[in-house]
Design a protein around this ligand. Structure first.
Ligand SMILES: Nc1ncnc2c1ncn2[C@@H]1O[C@H](COP(=O)(O)OP(=O)(O)OP(=O)(O)O)[C@@H](O)[C@H]1O
Ligand SMILES: [Mg+2]
Length: 228
């Protein structure tokens, strides 16, 4: 039975540049992702991967087209409702991970849970960091962590609320291939455990192999590529 969780229909994104000219980042993109599926978005630098991920996650506004999450048109929601919907359903790992520099690893992961009023925020945050082998780094601030450790804290923060959808923009971009593989194993394990749907932008063919299939972006258009 098909169980679509994310659908993009005729998505178009045109950026206005400072000199007044237009950049067409996405021309017309259609895609569908089912519950529990893990898909890769690939394509050259500048092909619109980050733009697409931001639109799918409700953090930018399409020029045309729509994004449906569990059948709901997210860009028809009022801002406040969309923020709440996003917090409850979607986890983000950004290309540049934006940890809060004044807070420890543990605090960075606990904050999204605290914002929801979860009384066990610190306990759950610690457990998630432990799963990512960071139990010895709970009280380190981001500047005291290696790049790979920071990336894993960002992953912990994105998944700690068990979102239905995880959107990850080059989550292994700063990692060596050994750590990139470990990170993908962890993400895949979480996907299976929580039936999380995962959309992951990557340049790396090996990373894409962890996914059910690949969407390839080129010249603002997308093509679905089944794995052999
Ligand atoms: N805020 C913006 N204003 C104007 N143009 C933008 C803006 N953001 C992105 N672009 C342009 O849109 C296109 C797609 O950018 P995007 O960041 O989505 O690419 P990408 O595939 O994620 O690239 P990379 O692999 O380098 O991360 C690029 O040509 C970029 O220059
Ligand atoms: Mg990008």
């Amino acid at each position: 039975m098909s169980d679509k969780i994310v659908q993009a229909k005729n998505l178009r994104k045109v950026y206005k540049t400072t000199d007044g000219s237009d950049t067409v980042a996405l021309k017309s993109v259609d895609m569908e992702i089912e519950r529990g599926e893990m898909v890769a978005v690939m394509g050259p630098s500048g092909s619109g991967k980050s733009t697409l991920l931001h639109l799918l996650g409700g953090i930018d506004i399409p020029t045309e087209g729509e994004v449906l999450i569990e059948g709901k048109n997210i860009y028809k929601m009022e801002d406040k409702k969309l923020s709440k919907f996003r917090n409850e359903n979607i986890g983000f790992i950004f290309q540049f991970h934006y940890l809060l520099s004044d807070f420890t690893a543990l605090e960075n992961v606990a904050i999204p849970l605290e914002l929801r009023g979860d009384k066990e925020a610190y306990l759950k945050a610690e457990e998630m960091l432990r799963r990512l082998s960071l139990e010895h780094r709970l009280n380190h601030k981001p500047a005291m962590l290696s790049g790979g450790e920071q990336q894993r804290v960002a992953i912990a923060r994105a998944v700690v609320c068990s979102p239905k959808i995880l959107i990850a923009d080059e989550p292994t971009g700063n990692l060596d291939s050994e750590n990139a593989k470990k990170t993908m194993e962890i993400i895949k394990g979480l996907s299976e455990e929580f039936q999380m749907s995962i959309i992951i932008a990557t340049h790396d063919v090996e990373i894409a192999q962890y996914c059910n299939y690949i969407y390839h972006l080129k010249d603002g258009m997308i093509a679905k590529i089944e794995k052999k």
